[in-house]
Structures are given as C-alpha cells and as structure tokens.
Design a protein around this ligand. Sequence first.
Ligand code: ZN
Length: 224
Amino acid sequence: MEQSSFLENQKERAFAESSATSHIRSLNHQILRVDPSGMPLDWVSYQEAVKLYFLDKVLYSCGKPLYQLRGGVNSVTGKQSTLEISSIIATISENMNSHERLYSYTPPLSNQTLFARDARMCLYCGGIFSRQNLSRDHIRPRSHGGEDVWTNVVTACKRCNNHKAGRTPEQANMSLLALPFKPSHAEYVYLKGRQVLADQMEFLQAHFPRTSPLLERNVHAEEA
Ligand SMILES: [Zn+2]
C-alpha cells in the first residue's frame, strides 16, 4: 500500500515537474471541478487536477483540452506518457449529501465576490469602477442594525457610499438600481472564477437558477 502510494507520488511529481508542461495556454487557467452529476463544485489549478487524476478521482472530463502534460519515457516501449487535462473534470464525490448541502448553501461574503455579483457596478449611480474605487454598502446601515449578509449589501462607489453615510437609501434619497441577492452555489463558483472560459461558463449557467440576475448582468467568459 505504502509502496504503491509512493510510486503514485513519484509519477505525479514527474508529471507536475515535467518541464514540457505544455503550453496550449497559460498555466493560470483554472479547471472547473464538478460532481458525477455535473454539479459545479469548485475551481482547481492544473497541479491539483493532476493530483486528482493520479488518485483516480476523475470519472470523466469534458470541455476543451487545456493542458497536455508529458511524463516519463517508458523504458520498454520508448514512448512518452502524456496526460491531457480538460477545462471541466467530474470527480468522485466524497459526500453523499452534497446535493442537499449545495442547495441550501450560503456562500461566504467577500468584496471580491460581491463586486463580481454586481458586475463592478455601483448600484446607486450605475457607474462601472475598478476594484479600488468600490466599497461594500450596507443598505440598512450596521448602525441601524443592518446585517452583513448578501441580501443587505451592494456594491457602491466610494463617492456614493460616502454620500449615503449612515443612512438608509430612503433617508438619503438614493434608489437602488438592482436588488441584492444571495448567490446559489453554482453562481458563487462562477463569481469566484478567474478568467472563466466559454465552455465552463456554459456549464455553470446551466446550473444557475432560472431567474438568476447574473444571466442578465454583464457576465463575461473568455474564448477558449
Ligand atoms: Zn456611485
């Protein structure tokens, strides 16, 4: 047992370290990991994907091939082994209850995903801003007992947030351009993604709630 896992580690390392790690595209692209039914779970790096292949956790893959890794040369056949990693991989799920867990999931709130939810638009003035000019506004201010939860926060430019200060939108005579919502698990996976590719986007969108505001908002995917 130990022997075989040692060998697996060696093989895995040989692949991961292979200088021929190619280059179909930059190694920064993330791979979308889904469960056997296709439910989006998370993003993994190509190194993590290699590991999942060697642990025999990958059931199938789909989407476009992203990376082709070259391993060692077989001393008998003289052939070099290769491993192709696609943009989407389905892995054996560890938790049988994961579906129910994912349906009732409340994603952690961070500025990065909040700004992504609102497509970097200030929901008061409608301007699109860079990250450093954005802030998290509590619709009902914390000083009025407003909670720090998805449904009480919106993206606001710093100017609008300063103007609103410790008031409710009504008190400040400011109206919201869109309603805040709590992302589903699939929506959250999308919001966390960097450089989401078109085939990954399509896969994720198929799992968005039908009424997802993200389908209308400015959601981008990169061409693969
Ligand atoms: Zn603004």
